[in-house]
Design a protein around this ligand. Structure first.
Ligand code: MN
Ligand code: MN
Length: 318
């Protein structure tokens, strides 16, 4: 069960209203790497988890992320306090109110539709979606994804910190950013607490392809490093060796039953192309330059298309 404590996890002190900044902060409220995404990611993973230690950790972190959602949502609410009141009461001069709302961002959705409340949208007004959660219910997969998700959240906080000079907001965002670093460490510890964690899943992978590096982009700029060269790697520079790499014919085949094969023959015959014909094209469009007019004669005697009369000018007096 959930319980609510009226105090925030971190104190929110906003110096003054700023609807434009509020819209930007929404990125971490209802955005792809925001706190709702984080909370839902770990909450749903925790419900399905069979390992007691991971289940406990996932539900702890999920609940903390909801507390972060509360902090960032409170920042949005404080930044929009002025707009919310002015829109609701309609006491401001129309022009002044128009200017205030217009300054709130790329769209007025946050002010007009949501009335300045923290909406579950990102900084561009795109609604939050469960598609931001990419869990696969395999801990060696999900923990890696969680580490990446925490890294993404950290870097978005860093960018938000860089765009505001409000010391109270900077401080609260610094706290939220730092907690994502701590979560990243917990997820990494949990991943390596699974002793067989690579490769992910149960199947080991095919031995003969597991250490091949294929140099498919060749030419100036080719580089070597531990990621593609050295004792671990069987490096392939001669790409003919990989066409195909299995030593087979490199074709795609399927065994069809008699009735499918017969229909397929009919289809092939009906759509057969004749390489011997050179059909005139563009007739439906009036056979203009786009239809292949390239010779001098085609341009009515002009030496190039540049000197040919422009469309609509052909009959103009000179
Ligand atoms: Mn968080
Ligand atoms: Mn986190």
């Amino acid at each position: 069960m959930f319980m609510h404590n009226k105090r925030l996890q971190y104190t929110v002190r906003v110096a003054e209203p700023n609807p434009r900044l509020a819209t930007m902060m929404l990125e971490q409220f209802g955005g792809a790497d925001g706190e709702l995404s984080a909370a839902m990611r770990y909450f749903t993973q925790g419900l399905a988890e069979d390992d007691a230690g991971r289940k406990d950790m996932l539900l702890d972190i999920a609940t903390e992320e909801l507390s972060h959602l509360e902090v960032i949502g409170s920042i949005v609410a404080m930044l929009n306090k002025g707009v919310k009141a002015q829109l609701a009461e309609g006491l401001m001069e129309e022009a002044e109110l128009y200017r205030t709302i217009g300054a709130s961002g790329v769209s007025a959705k946050e002010s007009l539709l949501f009335g300045g409340g923290p909406a579950l949208i990102d900084s561009a007004g795109v609604p939050w979606t469960g598609a931001y959660v990419d869990s696969r219910s395999e801990p060696t997969v999900d923990l890696r994804s969680n580490i990446a998700a925490e890294s993404r959240a950290k870097i978005v906080y860093e960018r938000l910190i860089n765009i505001t000079d409000d010391p109270g907001i900077k401080e609260a965002l610094g706290f939220l950013m730092t907690r994502e670093i701590a979560h990243q460490k917990s997820f990494e510890k949990a991943l390596y607490a699974i002793e067989d964690n690579f490769p992910v899943g149960k199947l080991p992978g095919l031995e003969k392809y597991a250490n091949i590096y294929v140099n498919t982009s060749q030419g100036e700029g080719d580089m070597t490093g531990s990621w593609n060269s050295g004792a671990q790697w069987d490096r392939i520079d001669d790409l003919t060796q990989t066409m195909p790499i299995d030593g087979g014919a490199g074709t795609a085949t399927v065994d069809l039953d008699h009735s499918d094969a017969k229909v397929l023959d009919k289809l092939a015959l009906r759509t057969l192309s004749n390489p011997a014909v050179n059909p005139t094209t563009g007739v439906d469009l009036g056979a203009g330059p786009g239809a292949g007019r390239t010779t001098e004669a085609d341009f009515g005697g002009a030496a190039s298309i540049a000197e040919a009369p422009a469309m609509g000018e052909a009959n103009a007096p000179t």
